[in-house]
Design a protein around this ligand. Structure first.
Ligand SMILES: [Zn+2]
Length: 202
């Protein structure tokens, strides 16, 4: 599925000049790099250079890999994706994200062919382990698979950003737990995030 662009009028919040900005109704693998480096949500004013993060409802779909990720800023939960919209993607992995950061991360995870339930559980375990020693840690995001096959995560601290490398065998261990102990998901839209992971371990 290719990306579909639309042009919107946008007033720069700084210099108040009107500009046409490119938004996407849907995003396909042709824009994968722009999603993964978040530049797709970045707009620089041509008049004054002011940088704005533009986040709007959209979706990323890879038909070959059979997954679709809906971005719905400010929506409460996955029920905002109507049945009609879901029905377009039978048998697909369907995910809902509320923020640009989690949307970008989800594209990274599913494009890498990883199981996002296992990734979120692995993030939860890693977060808990590090947080015990440093409680300024606030968030953790999947970044990419390294060339040696390990998994790289970004650690967000209150005033710092760091990274951690996790062995692929750790991921495989968690994947086995998902396959053996977590009830299988239905053909529905799910929000698979750290909250989801937390709910699995209580
Ligand atoms: Zn401007």
């Amino acid at each position: 599925m290719n990306s579909i662009e639309k042009q919107l009028q946008f007033t720069c919040p700084k210099c108040k000049e009107e500009h046409k900005v490119t938004c996407f109704e849907q995003i396909g693998p042709d824009q994968k790099e722009q999603v993964m480096n978040s530049s797709i949500f970045q707009w620089d004013c041509e008049s004054c250079g002011h940088k704005v993060k533009l986040v709007y409802p959209t979706m990323y779909c890879n038909e070959e890999k059979k997954f679709v990720i809906f971005l719905r800023p400010n929506a409460a939960d996955a029920t905002c994706i109507g049945e009609e919209e879901q029905a377009r993607f039978p048998g697909f992995t369907k995910r809902f994200c509320k923020t640009a950061d989690t949307f970008v991360e989800k594209v990274r995870v599913l494009e890498a062919g990883l199981n996002d339930q296992a990734i979120e559980l692995l993030k939860l375990i890693t977060f808990a382990k590090i947080h015990v020693e440093n409680d300024t840690m606030e968030d953790i995001f999947f970044y990419r698979m390294s060339e040696s096959g390990s998994l790289e995560f970004t650690l967000m601290y209150k005033e710092d950003v760091d990274g951690i490398d996790i062995d692929f065998s750790m991921y495989e261990n968690v994947l086995h737990i998902v396959q053996d102990e977590v009830p299988p998901l239905e053909d529905d839209v799910y929000c698979i995030d750290l909250n989801w992971a937390g709910a699995q371990v209580v």
